[in-house]
Design a protein around this ligand. Structure first.
Ligand code: V0D
Length: 253
C-alpha cells in the first residue's frame, strides 16, 4: 500500500513547533442513525432511508481509507432492531447482498477487507451467505478493515465472553488469577482489533445504545445532527479534524 500523507495528518507549522505527524484515529466507529427520519421527512417509507444510508457507506469507507484510518466499524444491525416491523427487518437483512452487488468491485480496487462483529448464527441463510462471500472475497486485502456490526449487542457480547471464560476455568484451561483486562478482551468479538479512538453518532442522539461498551472506555465521542443519509466525506473529515484538536489523557494528567 502506498503511503500518503493527507493535509490534516500534518501538524500546522509554527515558529516553536517542529512539524510532526498528527494523530489520525486508527479505529473509527459509527452509529449510522437517522435513516428512518430522513425518509419520513421526504414522505418516503423507512426502507428508502435504509437504502440511501447504504449508499453513503462506500463514500465514507473511501474517505476513511484515504485519511489513513485502519478500521471502520459500522453499527448496521443491533440486537434490538428485531423489534421493528417484519417487512422493515426483512428489507434491512437483504442490504448486505445489495451492497456487495453494487460496491464489491470498488472495495476490491481500494483493497478493503470486510469483517463482522456480532452473532451471525440467527441471521437468515441468504444474509449469512452474502456476508460469508464478502469476507471470502476480501480476506487477502490489507487496506481499510470495513467492520460491520451485525446483530450486535454489547451486553450480550460481554456476557457471552464471560460464559466462555467460565467454561475455560471449569475445563482447567484458564486460572482465575490469570484473568485480566487484556485476556478478557480476547473473548470479545473485537479480539485482535484496537479499541475505537473515535465514535461518531449521527442524527442528534447522544447515547451509546449498547454499542462497544467495553471497547469505548477511552474513546472520543463526536455527535452531529446530520441524518446518516445526508452524512458525507466533508463531515467525516470535520470529525477527524475535531478529534485531532482534542487531547487524550487516558485518565492521566
Ligand atoms: C441499514 C444504514 C450495508 C443503516 C446503512 C444487515 C442500516 C444500511 C450492509 C452490509 C445496512 C453488511 C455486511 C456486508 C456488506 C454490507 C448493511 C445491514 C444494514 C444489516 F458484508 N448496509 N447495511 N447491513 N444498512
Amino acid at each position: 500500500m502506498s503511503f500518503k500523507l493527507p493535509f490534516f495528518k500534518t501538524k500546522q507549522k509554527s515558529e516553536k513547533d517542529t512539524p510532526t505527524i498528527e494523530h489520525v484515529p486508527r479505529h473509527v466507529a459509527i452509529i449510522m442513525d437517522g435513516n428512518g427520519r430522513w425518509a419520513k421527512n421526504r414522505g418516503l417509507p423507512r426502507i428508502a432511508g435504509h437504502k440511501e444510508g447504504m449508499d453513503v457507506i462506500k463514500d465514507i469507507a473511501k474517505a476513511a481509507s484515504d485519511s489513513g484510518v485502519e478500521i471502520l466499524t459500522l453499527y448496521a444491525f443491533s440486537t434490538e432492531n428485531w423489534k421493528r416491523p417484519n417487512a422493515e427487518v426483512d428489507f434491512i437483512l437483504r442490504l448486505p447482498k445489495e451492497f456487495l452487488h453494487h460496491y464489491l468491485p470498488d472495495l476490491m480496487r481500494h483493497n478493503v477487507k470486510i469483517e463482522t462483529i456480532g452473532n451471525l448464527d440467527v441471521l437468515p441463510e441468504h444474509t449469512k451467505e452474502a456476508v460469508a462471500y464478502a469476507k471470502a472475497q476480501t480476506e487477502n486485502n490489507d487496506g481499510l478493515l470495513l467492520n460491520f456490526a451485525l446483530n450486535y449487542g454489547s451486553r450480550f457480547e460481554i456476557m457471552d465472553a464471560m460464559k466462555r471464560v467460565m467454561q475455560d476455568v471449569d475445563a482447567l484451561k484458564l486460572s482465575i488469577d490469570a484473568l485480566d483486562e487484556s485476556l478478557f478482551s480476547k473473548y470479545l468479538y473485537t479480539d485482535g482489533l484496537t479499541d475505537p479512538d473515535l465514535l461518531i453518532r449521527t442524527s442528534g442522539e447522544q447515547r451509546l445504545s449498547n454499542f462497544l461498551l467495553w471497547q469505548s472506555a477511552y474513546t472520543e465521542f463526536w455527535f452531529t445532527d446530520v441524518l446518516w443519509p445526508d452524512f458525507n466525506e466533508d463531515i467525516f473529515k470535520n470529525a477527524l479534524h475535531d478529534y485531532q484538536q482534542r487531547k487524550r489523557r487516558y485518565g492521566g494528567i
